[in-house]
Design a protein around this ligand. Structure first.
Ligand code: GNR
Ligand code: NI
Length: 172
């Protein structure tokens, strides 16, 4: 197990479209294990592979609450098979946009197909926070960040703040 550094915006790697996983090998499982450990340590409720520089269509999620049993999900090559017509607004954050939050409207319920940790084909229906998180993570696989759902004004405000933070950090 290993903690992986999380890439923060602005960074062109976060805009890359990730590539489908061809086979769920031990190497892929090792990467998923490291991603989960990195997500718990952050802490976060989801992490897409591209956020740690792995350009593969896979992600980990755990929306269980503190004190409850952990419920890790390993999701590979996910595809939406259904999106509800009704939207829900949720205040989102992102480990790649540290300390930035904004309300985003997305379909309230989704159904997806994906491969699990063992490479088996699965289906899942989700609502609530899990539906938000799935859509947020699946956006990452296509190089989309939650700020891309905001007005250009709000998006640029957040991205400029992050650029400034990065410049300050680099200057030491
Ligand atoms: O930890 C996270 N919390 C969160 C809160 C609201 C909506 C989405 C998220 S996902 C985020 C972790 C992350 O950046 N995943 O890509
Ligand atoms: Ni994110």
């Amino acid at each position: 197990m290993a903690l992986l550094p999380i890439i923060t915006a602005p960074d062109p790697r976060l805009e890359a479209v990730s590539t489908p996983v061809e086979a769920v090998t031990d190497e892929v499982r090792q990467q998923l294990d490291d991603m989960l450990e990195t997500m718990y340590a952050a802490p976060g409720i989801g992490l897409a592979a591209i956020q740690v520089g792995i350009q593969k269509r896979m992600l980990v999620i755990d929306v269980s609450r503190e004190g409850e049993d952990k419920q890790p999900l390993y999701i590979i090559n996910p595809e939406f098979t259904w999106l509800s017509d009704d939207d829900k607004v949720y205040e989102e954050g992102c480990l790649s946009l540290p300390e930035q939050y904004a309300e985003v409207a997305r379909p309230a319920e989704v159904k997806i197909e994906y491969l699990d940790y063992h490479g088996e084909k699965k289906e899942m229906q989700a609502d609530g926070l899990l539906a938000v998180c799935l859509q947020h993570e699946m956006d990452h696989l296509d190089g989309i960040l939650f700020v891309d759902h905001l007005s250009a004004l709000k998006r640029n405000m957040i991205l400029r703040k992050l650029l400034k933070q990065k410049r300050l950090a680099e200057a030491g």
